[in-house]
Design a binder for this molecule. Sequence first.
Ligand SMILES: [Zn+2]
Length: 158
Amino acid sequence: MASGRTHITGTLVLTPITAMATWQLADGNPVLTALSALGCLSGVLISPDLDMAGRTISESIVLRWNILLGRLWVLLWLPYALIHKHRGLSHVPIFGTMSRILYIALCYVGLHYFLQPYYPFDLLVWPQLYWLEILVFATGLAISDLGHWALDGCKLGF
Ligand SMILES: [Zn+2]
């Protein structure tokens, strides 16, 4: 199994390749190209290894950036780690990516209902307006996850 640093290097190698492929497929659309590259790069933080209850390298990175943000990041992903077996579904290509996107979506909906009485905007409108951009971002993340899976030896650990 590859180390956290190796997975980050893999993601950093895949990010420009993802951007170039999107540039070709999206007829040079700069927004979609940037979103796919950001989605792939986000694999450094939104890693399949968030299925570990112990400190992951992505959590360590966020903690180094900002201690408060880091603690929130660790707290945010703790339920995900507790419901997933390490190298289980979260490491299966496509399904693992979808599980983290769905988890983020559930947190987003929860945030919406928590903020609704205090916030004048409807947060649930944005995903409906920007579904294509979200899909392109998620595809970039899925490419990063494919690299993670390949570096771990292409094992399906159900
Ligand atoms: Zn892993």
